[in-house]
Ligand binder design. Structure first.
Ligand code: TZP
Ligand code: MG
Length: 222
C-alpha cells in the first residue's frame, strides 16, 4: 500500500546537494550519499540549491549518478523543486516548498504514480497539500538550522503533534536542525520519520552517523 510504503521511506530521509558538502564536489557528494545508503537511509532527496549549485546538463548528469546509487540500494529518489528534471530522468518523486511551483500543478505534471512531498508550516498548508494529493508533508524547521538561509520560524515538535492529530492519515516527516541529540521528540509527536541534511552530510563519518540514526529510530518506532 502506497501510504505505508511512504511512511516507511520517511523514517530516515536524507536530503543533500553538492552545496551541502565541504568541497562542493560531485564525487564527495556521491561518496557521502553512498555512505548514507550503506548506513541505512530510507529515502534520498536531491536538493541542489544555493551557491555553486549544479545546473543544466551538469545537474542532469549528476542526478542520474545519484539515482543509480539509490536504485542499487532500493531507496526512493526524490527531486527537490525541479519537475522538469524529475520527469527527464524518471525520478520516484518531487518535493516542493510553498514558494516553489504550486503543488497542485506539480501533481498534474508528474501524474498519480510519482510521490509528491510538500513542505508545510501550518494546518492550512497541510489541508491544501492533502487536497491536491500530496503523499507526505514535511514540517519544519523543528529546530533552528543554519543549513537553509531562508528557513521560516522554528515550529518545534508541537506542530507535528497538532498536524498528526488533525490529519492522522497524512504521512509526516520532521525537518530542520535535527541531530542525533534531539530527534526523539519529533517521532514521539507523531512524525513517521526525520529528514536531515547536515547531521549526515557534515558528519565526520556519515555512514556511522546514519547507522546510529537508523538504529535509534528503529528502537523508538518498534
Ligand atoms: N527545510 C526546512 S529546514 C531545512 C529545509 C530544507 C534544512 C535542514 O537542514 P539541517 O542541516 O538538517 O538542519
Ligand atoms: Mg523551496
Amino acid at each position: 500500500m502506497r501510504n505505508a510504503e511512504v511512511r516507511k521511506a520517511l523514517s530516515l530521509y536524507f536530503v543533500m546537494g553538492t552545496p551541502n558538502t565541504a568541497t562542493n564536489g560531485e564525487q564527495e557528494t556521491l561518496d557521502i550519499l553512498e555512505a548514507a545508503l550503506r548506513g541505512g537511509i530510507t529515502c534520498f532527496q536531491l536538493r541542489e540549491k544555493g551557491e555553486n549549485a549544479l545546473k543544466g546538463e551538469a545537474l542532469v548528469g549528476f542526478a542520474k549518478k545519484c539515482q543509480v546509487l539509490c536504485r542499487q540500494f532500493h531507496i526512493p529518489f526524490i527531486i527537490n523543486d525541479d519537475v522538469d528534471l524529475a520527469l527527464a530522468i524518471n525520478a520516484d518523486g518531487v518535493h516542493v516548498g510553498q514558494d516553489d511551483e504550486q503543488a497542485g500543478i506539480v501533481r498534474t505534471r508528474i501524474g498519480p504514480s510519482k510521490w509528491l512531498g510538500v513542505s508545510t508550516h501550518n494546518a492550512e498548508e497541510v489541508q491544501l497539500a492533502q487536497a491536491i494529493g500530496a503523499d507526505y508533508v514535511g514540517i519544519g524547521p523543528i529546530y533552528p538550522t543554519a543549513t537553509k538561509l531562508d528557513a521560516s520560524a522554528v515550529v518545534g515538535p508541537a506542530l507535528i503533534k497538532e498536524i498528526h492529530t488533525a490529519f492522522p492519515d497524512m504521512p509526516i516527516v520532521g525537518i530542520g536542525g535535527i541531530s542525533l541529540a534531539n530527534f526523539g521528540p519529533a517521532l514521539h509527536a507523531g512524525a513517521d520519520g526525520i529528514a536531515v541534511i547536515s547531521s549526515i552530510a557534515s558528519a565526520e563519518n556519515p555512514s556511522a552517523a546514519t547507522q546510529t540514526f537508523s538504529e535509534s529510530i528503529r528502537a523508538i518506532k518498534n
